[in-house]
Design a protein around this ligand. Sequence first.
Ligand code: T5A
Length: 208
Amino acid sequence: MPRGRFITLEGTEGVGKSTNLATVVRAVEDGGYPVVSTREPGGTPLAEEIRGLLLGVREEAVDATAELLLMFAARAQHVATVIEPALARGDWVVCDRFTDATYAYQGGGRGEDVQAIAALEALAHPGLQPDLTIYLDIDPRQAALRIEGREHDRIEREALDFFDRVRRTYLERAAQYARFRTIDAGRSLDAVTADVQRVVEELLARSP
Ligand code: T5A
């Protein structure tokens, strides 16, 4: 059984990752592969508990390094118990956010040391990188309008300049790594979905 492929979706808040995840899953299933659909932080009972700790609004200020370590604690559990076993049995894994989000939010947004993030990445998932990262790009001001009426979690309550730094880091990484496909997510959902479908089909065409 050939190893499965690993697809991640990335972008700032409200860009349409969850909406387009369904398109990715359907395209992979239509390609004839079993799919595991998951998310970060989260994806296992323990990691979902950590997600609750990370995103819950609280009076105590959360230290940026504590936030970084919790992200990787959740990720280590998720990779070891869900992602790696699925890929090993030949399933494809589609994940709403992964380590690029840590570089963007904790690195770009919070200013955590990039070398420290790289060291934690090597510890939590040595040798594992996505085969395809779909980066949905949008001006955070436009995306904020899409989630205006929603109750905002702790990170969503950050100021716009935080999300500008997050976006800048994503764009830098997209320019750096060939696995990225950047899609302009400021357009209609139909236009975005068509592009998402196309990049998944490109990966399917390259797969055994
Ligand atoms: N985080 C995560 C870190 O800081 N570090 C990390 O390492 C990781 C993994 C996770 C939070 O944790 C942080 C980042 C996040 O703050 P989350 O639930 O993954 O939270 O992320 P969110 O971005 O908050 O998820 P959202 O559900 O808010 O955004 P989505 O999934 O991008 O957007 P979606 O699909 O819910 O769409 C939002 C609305 O827009 C509409 C949809 O219908 C929906 O109503 N929409 C469009 N409208 C018009 N045109 C389009 N093209 C549209 N696409 C979607």
